[in-house]
Write a protein that binds this ligand. Structure first.
Ligand SMILES: [Zn+2]
Length: 194
């Protein structure tokens, strides 16, 4: 079965990944939506379905390895790698620098797909791209479940996502939700899981 946008939205809302309301963010700003993508991966059957849909977007590409930045990209890379029937590894930070640890290797000349759960600025993914290229390997593409980039061009290689999510962020002094009289709350301060 194809993963439709409706089905994906239904999964994101049911698992509490995407919440609608009036939120107080850690930056002090307010927003109309809140996302916690890690919640998808609490549910193996959702992880499999979503990762398969992302993998299918890269089926026509020649890929040897899938890599994701820890932590958001670990399970996604594994599941995408399973569907593409290639090796899956993750990169992680040590002293602030994105590295391969645990004996993971990328052979020179490998064709690599980089995946991440949510891409906003693309900073972590760019670090992984630089890491892959530093090994003499080629980055073939970037994939994410959610694209929060706001349609900015972040990468010099093909980027595909399953869904674009726009979140409106407001200054607390000029928040339309506050003006309507509602009170923002800190995500996680009450359980919105259904
Ligand atoms: Zn507000």
């Amino acid at each position: 079965m194809m993963l439709t946008k409706e089905r994906l939205n239904e999964i994101l809302e049911r698992t509490g990944v995407l919440q609608h309301g009036h939120f107080l963010l850690s930056s002090g700003k307010h927003s109309n939506k809140y996302m916690q993508c890690a919640k998808i991966f609490q549910h193996p059957e959702c992880s499999v379905e979503i990762s398969k849909a992302l993998a299918e977007k890269f089926e026509s590409y020649d890929i040897d390895i899938v890599i994701g930045p820890a932590i958001g990209g670990i399970i996604l890379a594994y599941e995408v790698g399973r569907h593409l029937e290639v090796k899956a590894i993750f990169a992680e930070r040590e002293n602030g620098k994105m590295l391969l640890r645990r004996g993971f290797e990328i052979a020179r000349g490998s064709k690599v797909l980089v995946v991440e759960d949510v891409i906003t600025t693309g900073a972590s993914v760019k670090e992984v791209i630089d890491l892959v290229r530093s090994k003499g390997a080629e980055v073939i593409g970037v994939g994410s479940v959610v694209d929060r980039s706001g349609a900015r061009v972040l990468f010099d290689i093909p980027y595909k996502s399953l869904i674009r999510v726009e979140i409106d962020i407001y200054d607390p002094t000029n928040c339309p939700l506050c003006k309507e009289g509602s009170i923002p709350y800190k995500p996680g301060s009450r359980d919105l899981n259904i």
